[in-house]
Design a protein around this ligand. Structure first.
Ligand SMILES: Cc1cc2nc3c(=O)[nH]c(=O)nc-3n(C[C@H](O)[C@H](O)[C@H](O)COP(=O)(O)OP(=O)(O)OC[C@H]3O[C@@H](n4cnc5c(N)ncnc54)[C@H](O)[C@@H]3O)c2cc1C
Length: 296
């Protein structure tokens, strides 16, 4: 790779525990912070085709194993950070803008629809990849178009029709990542939108262990039921493996109580999955993406 071809910052053997909300994860062989989206496109063009890539926003839905990631991590948070009001209730937002900032900026500009994102930790890129949702709204409800890039640096404009979009699931355009989205919102009133944000945040704080290292809900809700209800029913609240514990406040959260290993979280997930299946016959599916290699 030609070092002169990019303007961002490259870190080597960077521990990913500092970039995930669970505060676990071994080192990335390389971690690249692009200067902006044009720089990122150039950087991708300069990469060997076989280099493994991991896109990372806030790492709030990622379990990185203790052996780390043997490839290049691309960090978008705060790097692809442009927000542009386009008129006609449309806004172009780059993938590294945090979801909470997006909710507030649009509310201040008298646009409503994405207030729910205020309480979803992460970036717009992560919210697009996960179809993040809360309180009956989902990210893709508001997407008019997305800008994607592939590993050769080719940028494309795509519409929702190019993807299969479901509950915490987005498929299609394989081998492409999100650079930005154009959202079409509704006209609104700033004060009511900010009040709605405040209420949603209060509701969250009363039901979730906010402030403790977690990845939010670990398992997807099965059809017609709640993963948290199934877990609670097995009496697993408060169960721990090492420093990883099932939250007492919300059974579908696993908390790093201090110095947990990714392996402990993964083992606890497996234990929860097995006990729930034994008790109810339902096999829980992970919402969290698990990446990287186990420690040697
Ligand atoms: C306390 C807490 C509460 C939560 N509550 C909710 C909730 O209510 N609703 C909800 O849906 N989620 C919730 N989550 C999970 C998480 O916040 C969301 O999934 C969030 O959208 C992830 O964004 P991120 O930037 O952190 O993504 P990351 O964790 O960094 O990445 C998640 C996945 O997206 C991929 N990705 C990241 N950026 C891009 C990109 N630009 N292009 C393509 N792929 C990309 C990553 O490679 C990875 O596979 C919660 C998490 C926590 C910690």
């Amino acid at each position: 790779m030609n070092g002169a071809a990019y303007k961002g910052e490259m870190l080597y053997d960077e521990p990913l525990s500092g970039y995930t909300t669970w505060r676990v994860g071994g080192p990335a062989r390389r971690l690249y912070r692009p200067a902006d989206s044009a720089d990122l496109v150039q950087f991708l063009q300069s990469l060997p085709a076989e280099e493994p890539l991991l896109w990372l926003g806030l790492g709030s839905n990622l379990l990185v194993r203790d052996g780390g990631f043997n490839g290049t991590v691309i960090l978008t948070l705060g790097r692809l950070d442009q927000v542009e009001m386009l008129g006609d209730f449309r806004v172009r937002v780059e993938a590294g803008v945090s979801s909470s900032k997006l909710a507030r900026i649009t509310a201040r500009n008298e646009l409503c629809g994405v207030e729910f994102l205020a309480g979803v930790p992460g970036t717009l890129g992560g919210a697009l990849a996960m179809n993040a949702g809360a309180f009956g709204s989902e990210t893709w409800d508001w997407v008019e178009q997305v800008e994607t890039v592939d590993r050769s640096g080719q940028v494309r404009l795509r519409g929702p029709e190019d993807f299969e979009i479901g509950y915490r699931k987005v498929k299609g355009a394989e081998g492409e990542w999100f650079l930005a989205a154009i959202l079409k919102l509704k006209p609104g009133d700033s004060e009511s939108a900010m009040n709605a944000i405040q209420q949603l945040l209060e509701k969250r704080a009363s039901t979730q262990p906010i402030g403790l290292p977690s990845c939010g809900s670990v398992f997807r809700n099965p059809d017609g039921d709640y993963a948290a209800r199934l877990i609670e029913q097995t009496g697993l609240k408060g169960s721990c493996i090492g420093k990883a514990c099932v939250s007492e406040k919300h059974a579908n959260f696993i908390i790093n109580t201090g110095g947990a290993k990714a392996a402990e979280i993964e083992q606890l997930m497996q234990m929860v999955r097995n006990k729930v299946e034994d008790a109810s016959g339902v096999r829980l599916v992970s919402e969290v993406h698990i990446v990287g290699e186990a420690a040697a």
